[in-house]
Ligand binder design. Structure first.
Ligand SMILES: Nc1ncnc2c1ncn2[C@@H]1O[C@H](COP(=O)(O)OP(=O)(O)OP(=O)(O)O)[C@@H](O)[C@H]1O
Ligand SMILES: [Mg+2]
Length: 428
């Protein structure tokens, strides 16, 4: 059911033992846990000895050495400040249930924790072809997930290992849906009040990551998970990186963000970019929630650029002063200036909604709205108000292998007080 398209490609992979339990070989013992280091018999440790009655030498202790050259960097915190390092658990702590999806960086399985019974998602990181140690993408993904803990970011539970050094799995909470699959399967689009709730959650998560100096760099509907309680979780930090760090020669990589969600500055070859690239993607997601299909379904970068120009009108020296200095700008012949077709494309969106969309899909990254500013936008305060997540309908989960059936309609409000959350607009 997961078809590949221009939006993402799916490379082939080798099978691992955990992929197929029938192939499992019991003789494949896991690496033994690390042995604690034996203490050296230094004099300073003698004071810790319990009951050992070693005779104390009668010599005076030597005077302490002057600390001109400490043995470690003064910037490295002592080990006592760090949580204890524990060996990773084995993937065999989990029972494999079904494969959810194979993406470009890893395979995702649904599994059950053999001790707690919790249902989790295990993402097997792609390491097979890695020749230079642990892949940077995997390190960034784990690091970003751990630094961005938030109600609307998928929760990472642990990292587990398989039989070989190439088998590393990220264990996350299992979330029933991804928004892309949900949008394809649900019979009617989300209501305005639901879109507001989803956008608020998405903006809170993105704002939280940006506050922690993390760029996601691959926001799209298939990377947004949604549970049956109307809560969105941003996932797939495989392309995430810290920003604000010194950038290497050649700048930041330009091959980021799935094509349809890629910001114009990245398309134009900018090697320095920032949080605004995520906000462009958020704008594309906002449009997709309204249209129930992706906004820019381009097959190539050139087609994408012409689609953007058509919707927004071409950039001008006043709307995007830096445009002409970007590497690929000179190779483009701009169409004649014209007004974009935003109102035509989003006919049922209120003026406030259209204003917010326009501020997200702004050419100049310096002027593009930030997540924090977007959360304060009047669109979220006008009727219909955001719907309480508890009032969202639940859907059969394709990821859990649940049979597709007629979709439940959103649950009716249980109390009269809830009624004001649903407006006439929602009921048409
Ligand atoms: N925690 C989770 N719970 C349930 N399903 C998940 C979870 N994490 C990922 N998935 C499913 O697996 C898919 C792929 O996961 P993810 O995006 O993290 O992998 P990827 O290899 O980076 O994919 P891609 O490159 O295609 O974006 C998601 O679109 C979603 O359908
Ligand atoms: Mg993904």
């Amino acid at each position: 059911m997961f078809s590949s398209n221009a939006e993402s490609s799916t490379p082939s992979r080798k099978r691992s033992r955990w992929d197929d339990e029938a192939e499992q070989d019991d003789s494949t013992a896991l690496l033994p846990p690390l042995q604690p280091k034996r203490r050296s018999k230094s004099k300073s440790l003698k004071t810790e000895a319990t009951g050992a009655s070693a005779p104390q030498p009668h010599t005076r202790p030597p005077p302490p050495l002057p600390k001109l050259h400490p043995s470690h960097s003064i910037y490295a915190p002592p080990r006592i400040f760090h949580p204890p390092f524990l060996p990773s658990r084995s993937v065999y702590s989990y029972e494999r249930l079904n494969q959810i999806e194979e993406g470009s960086y890893g395979v995702v399985f649904r599994a059950r924790d053999k001790i707690t019974g919790d249902i989790v998602a295990l993402k097997k990181l792609k390491m097979d072809e890695e020749k230079h140690g642990f892949p940077i993408t995997a390190l960034r993904e784990i690091n970003a997930l751990m630094s961005c803990r938030h109600e609307n970011v998928v929760n990472i539970r642990e990292v587990v290992v398989g039989d070989t050094l190439t088998q590393v799995f990220v264990v996350m909470d299992f979330i029933e849906h991804d928004l892309k699959t949900l949008l394809t399967l649900m019979p009617s689009p989300f209501l305005q009040s639901e879109i507001k709730t989803l956008m608020i959650q998405l903006l809170s998560a993105v704002g939280h990551c940006h506050e922690r100096w993390i760029l996601h760099r691959d926001l799209k509907t298939s990377n947004l998970l949604m549970n049956n309680r109307g809560t969105i979780k941003v996932a797939d930090f495989g392309l995430a990186r810290r920003y604000g760090d010194p950038v290497g020669v050649g700048g930041l990589t330009q091959l980021v963000v799935t094509l349809w969600y890629r910001a114009p500055e990245v398309l134009m070859g900018a090697t320095t970019y920032s949080t605004a690239i995520d906000m462009w993607s958020v704008g594309c997601i906002f449009a997709e929630l309204l249209l129930k299909e992706p906004l820019f379904q381009a097959k190539s970068e050139l087609e994408l650029i012409s689609m953007i120009f058509k919707l927004l009108g071409p950039p001008t020296s006043s709307s995007w002063p830096e445009f002409s200095s970007l590497p690929l700008a000179k190779s483009l012949s701009l169409p004649a200036p014209h007004h974009g077709g935003m109102r035509q494309r989003f006919q049922y969106l209120t003026n406030a909604g259209l204003d917010l969309m326009g501020k997200m899909l702004t050419y100049d990254p310096e002027r593009r709205i930030t997540a924090e500013e977007a959360l304060q936008h009047p669109y979220f305060k006008e009727s219909p108000l955001p719907k309480h997540p508890d009032l969202f309908g639940s859907f059969p989960s394709a990821a859990a292998g649940e049979k597709r059936r007629k979709f439940d309609s959103p649950s009716a409000p249980r109390h009269a007080i809830d009624y004001k959350l649903i407006t006439d607009f929602d009921l048409v």
